[in-house]
Design a protein around this ligand. Structure first.
Ligand SMILES: [Zn+2]
Length: 458
């Protein structure tokens, strides 16, 4: 079938296009890109989408999110009212990269196979989580270094995951303080050989962010591996951002291939049992227990006290919390920087969590572009070409002839995120249509076909 998307303002930073164009889609690919307004008249039987007054751009690529879990039936849990992949699709994402911060929902090769077998709301790519493999290799104590045998096993499994098509490896150094450079070098080495990306939630944040970044950059210095520092708003967003960005810029000037991602919110989200809240966290952030809000359980929506914090940490370490401690000016500075792209860091547990999972992408336009903090063109680049190029995905994040017809059509004047900390899954408005492989996947915030996505492998 041939589909036209006519008269829209096409923004395709990968091809430096920002003007009215007609797009022709054939067999799931971009077949032609023509000057807008009837350069060619559609034939009878061809499907025509009128995009006049709308922006037409590549489907958003989320380089940093956390994939949905696998149910007991061996399938990815994709209930529309809970699944993050559904939330992703509703906000215009067509390619989502999970496996971040060192963790995978299950064996990544198996997960990618499931996506191909059953179809997913968006295309799914994965990083191979170093922490996942570390635990699988028998490192039960997150505070202890891995032994030689375990390190060898991590290396072997990383190679397998990369061969299965994982787009790189990820580290959650924060979540396994016992992790040492020698064990990271093994998985990063495999990643360097494969020419793929190594991403990290680095060891610590706030005043400790500089030393933590240096540790990760060392992988690039030793191996030449491409690096991605994850969600820098929640790492350097406590007054350190200016210096942090300068240091990353210097590293790049010295030849390191390093970039960063960030989400447009000034509160972070993590499990209450995580090492983020180990002794010393209040001093690091300069806050008290009241900065933390429970996302789940009997205190859901409430700010915590010493008593409730300790109770939840002891009894429900898996519960998600939101911590309101980041500096909004730092987050803005990050998202305005040239080599920082948008990554939602979306994570949901049974439909609960941080609103970034359902709002991060539209929010960049609503709160940054319309507020004059970022141009629409730059915002689109940070959500399409920048992450696709970082991941080496040549068919994604662009509307080149022959590229996959993953497209989002929205109204730049009205697009708006609505997800809040109280209602994290409220869909955005102002997005007319999301196409995956040339077919309509979502329309006006509602999913039309939630099975068009497949695995992304490279
Ligand atoms: Zn993280």
């Amino acid at each position: 079938m041939r589909t036209w998307i006519r008269s829209g303002t096409v923004i395709d930073p990968a091809n430096e296009i920002c003007s009215q164009r007609d797009l022709l889609i054939e067999n799931g690919k971009i077949a032609r890109v023509l000057p807008g307004g009837m350069a060619e008249v559609p034939q009878e039987g061809e499907f025509v989408i009128d995009a006049a007054g709308r922006v037409v751009c590549p489907g958003f690529v989320d380089i940093h999110m956390h994939e949905d879990p696998v149910g007991e039936d061996g399938k990815i849990v994709l209930d529309e009212d809970k699944a993050i992949f559904c939330a992703m699709l509703r906000m215009g994402v067509t390619t989502a990269i999970g496996g971040n911060c060192g963790s995978n929902a299950c064996d990544p090769a198996r997960y990618l196979d499931m996506a191909d077998r059953d179809g997913t709301p968006v295309h799914v790519g994965l990083l191979s989580g170093h922490n996942y493999l570390r635990a699988k290799a028998g490192c039960t104590d997150k505070y202890a270094p891995a032994g030689a045998e375990q390190i060898a096993a991590i290396g072997q499994e990383t190679r397998k995951a990369l061969e299965a098509g994982c787009v790189g490896v990820s580290y959650g150094i924060r979540y396994a303080p016992g992790m040492r450079l020698e064990e990271m070098l093994v998985s990063a080495g495999a990643c360097a050989e494969a020419g793929k990306l190594a991403a990290a939630h680095i060891r610590s944040d706030a005043a400790e962010v500089f030393a933590s970044a240096e540790e990760f950059l060392e992988l690039g210095r030793r191996l030449g591996v491409r690096l991605q520092v994850s969600h820098i708003g929640s790492m350097a967003g406590f007054g350190q951002m200016k210096e942090f960005l300068e240091r990353v810029g210097r590293a790049r000037a010295q030849g390191l291939d390093v970039a960063c991602d960030c989400y447009p919110y000034d509160a972070f989200c993590t499990e209450i049992g995580s090492t983020t809240y180990d002794e010393g966290w209040m001093e690091r952030y300069g806050c008290g227990y009241e900065a933390v809000e429970a996302c789940e359980g009997r205190y859901k929506g409430q700010r915590l006290t010493k008593e409730t914090f300790e109770e939840l940490r002891r009894e429900h370490p898996e519960y998600l919390t939101v911590c309101y401690v980041m500096n909004s000016r730092d987050v803005e500075m990050a998202l305005q920087a040239l080599d920082v792209m948008l990554g939602s860091d979306g994570i949901l547990d049974g439909g609960q969590g941080h609103p970034r999972a359902a709002g991060a992408f539209p929010r960049l336009i609503a709160s940054y572009v319309r507020a004059g903090k970022l141009s629409l063109y730059d915002a689109v680049r940070k959500m399409t070409a920048a992450p696709a190029d970082r991941l080496g995905l040549k068919e994604k994040g662009r509307l080149s002839v022959g590229a996959d017809a993953d497209i989002v059509i929205f109204d730049a004047q009205t697009i708006q995120d609505h997800a809040t900390f109280a209602q994290p899954l409220l869909p955005p408005s102002g997005i007319d249509m999301v196409l995956i492989g040339g077919e309509i996947a979502a329309r006006n915030g509602k999913i039309v076909n939630g099975r068009l996505g497949r695995s992304i492998r490279r």
